[in-house]
Design a protein around this ligand. Structure first.
Ligand code: TYD
Ligand code: MG
Length: 469
């Protein structure tokens, strides 16, 4: 017996409220409460004694545990993010904006697994069988023995899957389209998504199949409504990319069976996603040597070194308040670098427009890019190209000093591998010498300014405070 209780569930954070209101108390979003019916078992509740359970074995913490069995997709960039392949009986959530390529990625992974003799079921709740087939033809994998199911009812899906030998991989595309008879609210609501995900995760645990749930993300970067799913699954991967650019990054946000600082890099082509084994080549591809205002930043994405070009344009402003425009970096961080250049290095940019762009549509979140940004700005202001084949990294503090950054050795190694000849970075970073790479350590940003503009436009510098500290 179940009694029905009406509650208002926030579609953003999943909080449940007894009454409707315009704003969710929990996450302060407006207009997100939706009426949902939830069934409450009569057996639970205050005053009722708990049913007697069975005794569960107590296990010691220290004991032999076998490595979880995994299946590799053979798409190396995908396997890298999952930590070496899908763990049997685990559930993953793959989130991303609509149209970013989630269905493409999972179809390619499904086809690769099926071609290697694994049983794969692809459940499409969004597209008809014909559309899925068309995509498979475009990807050149239509001949792979993947079983397609076009269904959105969880009970039907599980009954269908149970009627055959359990597949190694079940892809649910997408979790927002599923609905179960157990819950009465509409598909896509938090209660439906939660109950459907729970049923699919239970199926994974019981049969040993890996279940991949696809989820759409809202503009704000949250998996729409079903953030609740994030803590239920074993791994959460995000598939992201910049509008207008072809590269895509698969990023592990949570992983109970592997690392979360790995990324997989892909490029969307006419015939599906192509693996990019060396991301730096992608972001440095069209570099014009000897252009003023361009600096190469030796960055890190998780554990992977990524070299990207930072482009700056500093031009005399005709406006009362000069313009600052930033693409791919934090604009408040740019304001900070400009202030430090002005206060400690005597570089006056108050009457200049400043434009900053990270090439290739890449987004940098590391403070280690400070030094490369400063180098690009100075180079553009002085209209003098930076030394050929040099990379920069280091965090700038408000005092104008440089702070060492983590994983310096990895950054230098990548720069050396790609044929760079000089690296400028903060003194004190842990480094390993690279053959062919000249190491240039600096302590303050003022040193960089002196190095870069010595011999050129002296008017850039104020007479007093440009010297080395
Ligand atoms: P899709 O996988 O359907 O995205 P999602 O499932 O995340 O919503 O990918 C859709 C986009 O990818 C679409 O705009 C077309 C593009 N695309 C290609 O550029 N090449 C291809 O080979 C395929 C299959 C799609
Ligand atoms: Mg899709």
């Amino acid at each position: 017996m179940a009694k029905h209780r009406v509650s208002f569930v926030c579609q953003n954070c999943g909080a449940s409220h007894p009454q409707w209101s315009g704003r969710c108390d929990s996450c302060t979003e407006w207009n997100t409460l939706v009426e949902e019916n939830s069934s409450v078992g009569l057996a639970a509740g205050p005053g009722r004694p708990l049913k007697k359970g069975r005794v569960v074995a107590l296990e010691p913490l220290d004991g032999e545990t076998a490595e979880a069995p995994r299946i590799r997709t053979t798409i190396a960039e995908f396997d890298r993010v999952t930590g070496g392949g899908f763990v049997n009986g685990s559930a993953l959530l793959v989130g991303g904006d609509p149209g970013i390529g989630k269905s493409t990625l999972l179809m390619q992974a499904s086809a690769a697994l099926a071609s290697n003799g694994h049983k794969v079921a692809y459940v499409s709740g969004e597209e008809a069988i014909a559309q899925v087939r068309l995509r498979a033809q475009r990807l050149g994998c239509a001949s792979s023995p993947v079983s397609l199911v076009a269904e959105t009812n969880v009970e039907n899906i599980i009954t269908t899957l149970e009627a055959h030998a359990p597949p190694a991989l079940v892809v649910i595309d997408s979790i927002q389209t599923l609905w179960t008879d157990v819950v009465e609210s509409a598909p896509g609501t938090v209660s439906q998504v939660r109950a459907s995900a729970q049923a699919m995760i239970r199926f994974a645990k019981q049969t040993g199949s890996t279940v991949v749930l696809v989820g759409h993300v809202t503009k704000e970067g949250q998996i729409a409504g079903p953030r609740v799913v994030e803590h239920m699954v074993d791994a959460v991967l995000y598939f992201e990319g910049e509008g207008g650019h072809h590269f895509r990054i698969l990023r592990g946000i949570k992983n109970r069976f592997g690392p979360t600082d790995e990324i997989g890099v892909f490029e969307m082509s006419d015939t599906g996603l192509r693996e990019v084994a060396n991301p730096s080549e992608l972001f440095l591809g069209e570099r014009h040597k000897a252009a003023p205002g361009a600096a190469v930043f030796a960055g890190m994405e998780g554990r992977r070194p990524v070299l990207v070009e930072i482009q700056a344009l500093v031009a005399q402003s005709s406006l009362g308040t000069p313009r600052r425009a930033v693409v791919g970096w934090d604009s408040s961080r740019l304001a900070m670098i400009l202030a430090v250049l002005e206060a400690h290095c005597g570089v006056r940019l108050g009457s200049h427009d400043v434009y900053l762009n990270v090439a290739g549509g890449f987004r940098i979140s590391e403070p280690a890019a400070d030094l490369a940004v400063a180098a690009a700005l100075i180079s553009s202001l002085a209209n003098k190209p930076l030394p050929d084949n040099s990379v920069f990294f280091g965090e700038v503090s408000l005092s104008g000093h440089l702070r060492p950054v983590s994983q310096a050795a990895g950054r230098l190694k990548e720069a050396g591998k790609l044929g760079f000849e000089q690296a400028t970075y903060a003194k004190g970073s842990e480094v390993v010498k690279q053959p062919g790479l000249r190491l240039n350590t600096i302590i303050t940003l003022a040193e960089l300014v002196v190095d870069l503009i010595s011999g050129s436009d002296q008017a850039l510098r104020q007479p007093d405070d440009t010297g080395k500290e």
